[in-house]
Design a protein around this ligand. Structure first.
Ligand code: NDP
Ligand SMILES: CC[C@](O)(C(C)=O)C(=O)O
Ligand code: MG
Ligand code: MG
Length: 357
């Protein structure tokens, strides 16, 4: 365990493999409810770590066979919850309250653990567990498919860890063992609270990671196309190269990216970036954060689901219909890039593909 300090004297606790004692969950059964992005990763990693895991799904679920094909035991959500000493709630946030009410709560026993990967339903009081169970969270800071891929490659995925309720006195040890079994302590797990994880995760995905970045990409693409440049050029410049730039930031922070691009790009970026993401964006970020903090985003999302997702459906359709998607589909089919984008395989494609309008 290390306490790291940054220049602002912020301290946080980071746990690694050596801090975790798997014996806290070795004799237990973990019910992994859901076999989607996080569910398949947690179930696969737990099983490969030698932990007894059972996947919980609805009868007739299309994922049932997929989980069995990975050698996993599968049961209905209620049966799995009944078997589980630890119930890992990895169905979508919007269905968790109903799954909790119908399938988990009737099968919870004193001393059991409710385990989450995101704090939404606990923090916004959509699930109110009894006092005699532990309530914990391991939130990988990554899409689930990378949690699985990293584990299989012998690598870890950084995550957050929190204890909301410690009825047994062993919640911290148990959640650390869980984090270790899914591979997160290989990379490092940061201690936090349900409130902090929920609010920062929602803000991050809305303002930067999912919302901010897609709007930036689309706006850049539209600006170039409306100015008469080819959509293919706009796609490469505003979307495809994004990955390569972000990879450099991921590896070595902003400095490594600035170091790798040309001086011309560095000067242009440093002198123009804050004009693009200026005061108006900062003000709107404050509003978005406030909506997360005061619960109005959560209320809106809950209402949206209760109403059958009308706005969500419309927003999804509009995004899918954006020109950048059609251009990207076509280009990704023509070019042979992959994880090693930028390698010599692109040179072959260049000779065969016309980039005309
Ligand atoms: N996506 C991610 O990478 C991340 C997610 N999280 C959190 O992890 C949790 C799970 O999210 P995510 O992995 O995206 O979820 P998914 O949307 O990928 O989950 C889908 C799975 O849930 C099952 N499911 C849906 N409804 C029900 C139901 N009523 N009863 C039983 N099973 C059901 C689906 O069944 P079927 O197979 O039959 O369709 C499917 O197996 C959330 O709390 C989320 O915030 C945290 C970090 C990152
Ligand atoms: C960034 C989106 C995320 O928060 C995640 C993969 O961490 C999610 O909710 O899927
Ligand atoms: Mg997240
Ligand atoms: Mg999230």
């Amino acid at each position: 365990m290390t306490d790291t300090e940054d220049a602002h004297e912020f301290t946080t606790t980071v746990y690694y493999d050596e801090d975790a004692d798997r014996s806290y969950i070795e004799d237990k059964t973990v019910a992994v409810l859901g076999y989607g992005s996080q569910g398949h990763a947690h179930a696969g990693n737990l099983a490969d770590s030698g932990i007894n895991a059972v996947v919980g799904l609805t009868e007739g679920s299309s994922s049932w066979e997929a989980a069995q094909a990975e050698g996993l035991e599968v049961a209905t959500t209620a049966e799995a919850a009944a078997q589980g000493d630890i119930v890992s709630v990895l169905v979508p946030d919007t269905v968790q309250p109903a799954v909790y009410e119908n399938d988990i709560e009737p099968n919870l026993e004193p001393g059991d653990t409710l385990q989450f990967a995101h704090g939404f339903n606990i923090h916004y009081n959509q699930i109110q567990p009894p006092e005699d169970v532990d309530v914990t969270m391991v939130a990988p800071k990554s899409p689930g498919h990378l949690v699985r891929r990293n584990y299989e490659n012998g690598e870890g995925t950084p995550g957050l860890l929190a204890v909301y309720q410690d009825a047994t006195g062993e919640a911290v040890d148990e959640v650390l063992a869980y984090a270790s079994a899914i591979g997160c302590t290989r990379a490092g797990v940061v201690e936090t609270t349900f409130k902090e994880e929920t609010e920062t995760d929602l803000f991050g995905e809305q303002a930067v990671l999912c919302g901010g970045i897609t709007s930036l990409v689309k706006t850049g693409f539209e600006t170039l196309v409306e100015a008469g440049y080819s959509p293919e050029m706009a796609y490469f410049e505003c979307l495809n190269e994004m990955k390569l730039i972000v990879d450099l930031m991921y590896e070595g922070g902003l400095a490594e990216m600035w170091n790798s691009v040309s001086d011309t790009a560095e000067y242009g970026g440093l002198s123009r970036g804050d004009r693009i993401v200026g005061d108006n964006v900062r003000e709107e970020m404050d509003v978005v954060l406030e909506e997360v903090q005061n619960g109005s985003f959560a209320r809106e999302w809950i209402n949206e689901n209760q109403a059958g997702r009308p706005q969500y459906t419309q927003l999804r359709q509009a995004d899918k219909a954006h020109e950048i998607e059609a251009v990207g589909d076509e280009l990704r089919g023509l070019f042979a890039w992959g994880d090693d984008a930028g390698n010599e395989s692109n040179e072959t494609a260049e000779t065969e593909v016309s980039m005309d309008d």
